[in-house]
Ligand binder design. Sequence first.
Ligand code: SF4
Length: 350
Amino acid sequence: MNNDINILELTFERFQHEMADTYGRDRYVAADVYRQIFKNGHLDIMKSRNRSLTGPFLDKLSAGIWIPPARIVEEKYEDSLLKFVTRLEDDQTIETVVIPMISHNTLCISSQVGCRMGCRFCETASLGFRRNLTTAEITGQVFTARFHYGYDIRNIVFMGMGEPLDNFDNVVQAIRVLTDPRGFDIAMSHITLSTAGLTDKIGQLAELNWPLLHLAISLNAPNDRIRSLIMPINQAHPMEKIRETLLTYPLSRSFSFYIEYVVIKGINDSEENAFELVDFLSPLPVWFNLIPYNKGSDKGFSPTTEDDMDRFRDYLISQKAFVRKRSTRGKSIMGACGQLGHSRLDPVIF
Ligand code: SF4
């Protein structure tokens, strides 16, 4: 009996069924094992008060419960911000970014290897789509940040490599595991899922009725003409359809949709663009997150300066919009927004 139970893909409810089926053990043993692993990063038997966790049964458990090892092949720091690259079982790599904030740490996690959405301002797009991450590979990034690096991770943003809703089932299961109070215990209201606007999948997400999950729409344009230019996915999911979908989405009344907007010099940053954008979204509760275009390995667009950002922010504010300017942290290590995926070009293996 080897590696029968991959704990990183199971909520406690499912884990206890697996424990009952595989070992014939009751809920109390399962609860102890689950708690120990998510509290310590391993099954610390010395801290267990459960006397049945001994001898041959413990050996069986150790062989049977699989906690994937963190295979870190690269790590880079910019001040306190960390980007780490994990090598997966099939030798693909994914990137994860730890963003220390004043009172907590946020983890920006990946949901796919590469991405098929093809956004022109994004480094990950140049990888193309390689494959979906499994649930355990998604939650494993949080496990690594907590137990390999020791960060107290309390916020998760699905803004790393990949389009999370293009890997719907595994991402939804990952959110269930991450929010399990007996395990990772991350509040749903501390998770943000960012999507390029796959309207059918947003509809499916709506059916789950998770009003406390933050939903971020990577919009990046005030109209279809500009959006189609920088986001090919707009042909299949045009802006009007996105707006209609959001109008019926069951978001908590106290929440706003986050509108992610990569400000690209000379493309989507004029005063007219700002007015059109605010007008288009006026029926919805929204909060704008402005992200400077961070230059990747392409030469297509010019990087956005601080002045460009301030100017565009002021245009939006003049229309009474709520706006937050995202910092450019991580730029020097290709860990800022839109830059993930660069590591394949410059691997440092240790
Ligand atoms: S911005 Fe997001 S959705 Fe677009 S290509 Fe990059 S990872 Fe994919």
